[in-house]
Ligand binder design. Structure first.
Ligand code: IPM
Ligand code: MG
Length: 370
């Protein structure tokens, strides 16, 4: 039996509660399906800072690098507002992305039929929505140098962040977007700000050239990122795959998340390039939502994005398509039956907490696999 090594990094806030529900799924799969997941666990974010004074330790970093896949919860919270910038909770996540070279972030926004009513947009706008945001994750303004705050000595300070992209970075992320589009509606919309930013000019040029050279069968359109944000809330169903840079992707994926009813619904996969020898990609799976410190520890968190992130892990890291489909179907069925956590609650539904939602999804999975 193939042993699959999962490294769990629950993190802060609601991360551990959400991860708890995934742990139950893993345990059940190991017991009853022919899977053999080996799990190990580490600290990231504020919890790692409290334990070792940094947002992720070198030894946990090594374990993440050695694992077949990393499952990540969430990081941050007001408790760590005053820690030094280099040690802030988010630095742990950014180091994982950078050191593991996870350049491709896949953020699917799917509106489950049962949730069309709980979106802040009209049901007809979001019903049946299925878009995929492909966000560049290891470049751009997140990592560009210089990144400084300088005291100008006259009572003024100057802050600098650097937006930087090389051709190869744009080529490889657009390649991922075009490949994925081929498995879907075959349409890619690239978003940048070429009207103000040089990086936008290059982005547009390279995406266009990549399509021409290797993906002329895929339909390509371009949008300025601000207009793209507007179109996402006006008529999101016009999109299939959206490819964009690190910062725009961060913002646009939060917008897309709300279309699906709640930030608590959106999973994501962060993938590296396939290894030249083994063909395996380094990968990290995480919900798009944050640590939600306001509800942490109350048992009210929505575990669906975390569970759906595990389903993405089965799909992309282990090619366990059937199992991934079953988990996604279990989520849909539980929602159809009217079970809701607080963030997606609507009239006539039954409000449940984290463990009841996770338990119901597991029960549904058991029933579907019986
Ligand atoms: C995300 C988050 C992160 C980001 C934070 C936690 C650093 O917002 O994954 O979308 O900005 O990328
Ligand atoms: Mg974000």
């Amino acid at each position: 039996m193939t042993i699959r090594k999962l490294f769990l990094l629950p993190g802060d806030g609601i991360g551990p509660e959400a991860m708890g529900e995934v742990r139950k799924l893993i345990a059940w799969m190991n017991e009853t399906m022919s899977t053999c997941f080996e799990t190990d666990e580490g600290l990231v974010g504020g919890s790692a800072y409290d334990a070792h004074g940094e947002a992720i330790s070198d030894s946990d970093m090594e374990k993440a690098m050695a694992a077949d896949a990393v499952l990540f919860g969430a990081v941050g919270g007001p408790k760590w507002d005053d820690v030094p910038y280099e040690q802030r909770p988010e630095a742990g996540l950014l180091r994982l992305r950078k050191d593991m070279q996870l350049f491709a972030n896949l953020r699917p926004a799917i509106c489950y039929p049962a949730l069309a009513q709980s979106s802040s947009l009209k049901a007809e706008v979001v019903e049946g929505l299925d878009i995929l945001i492909v966000r560049e994750l290891t470049g751009g303004v997140y990592f560009g140098e210089p990144k400084t705050i300088t005291d100008l000595g006259n009572g003024q300070k100057r802050a600098i962040d650097t937006q930087v992209y090389d051709t190869y970075e744009i080529e490889r992320i657009s390649g991922v977007a075009f490949e994925l589009a081929r498995t879907r509606q075959n349409k890619v919309c690239s978003m940048e700000k070429r009207n103000v930013m040089k990086s936008g000019v290059l982005w547009n040029e390279v995406v266009t050239a990549t399509q021409k050279a290797n993906y002329s069968d895929v339909e390509l359109s371009h949008m300025l990122a601000d207009a793209g944000g507007m179109q996402l809330v006006r008529w999101p169903k016009q999109f299939d795959v959206i490819v964009t840079d690190n910062l725009f992707g961060d913002m646009l994926s939060d917008v897309a998340a709300m279309l699906t009813g709640s930030l608590g619904m959106l999973p994501s996969a962060s993938l590296g390039a396939p290894d030249g020898v083994t063909g395996k990609r380094k990968a990290l799976y995480e919900p798009v939502h944050g640590s939600a410190p306001d509800i942490a520890g109350t048992g009210a968190a929505n575990p669906i994005a975390m569970i759906a992130s595990f389903a993405m892990c089965l799909r992309y890291s282990f090619n366990m398509i059937e199992e991934a489909d079953l988990i996604e179907k279990s989520i849909a069925n539980v929602l159809d039956r009217g079970l809701r956590t607080g963030d997606i609650m609507s009239d006539g539904c039954t409000k449940v907490g984290t463990t009841a939602m996770g338990g119901a999804i597991l029960d549904e999975l058991k029933a579907l696999s019986a």
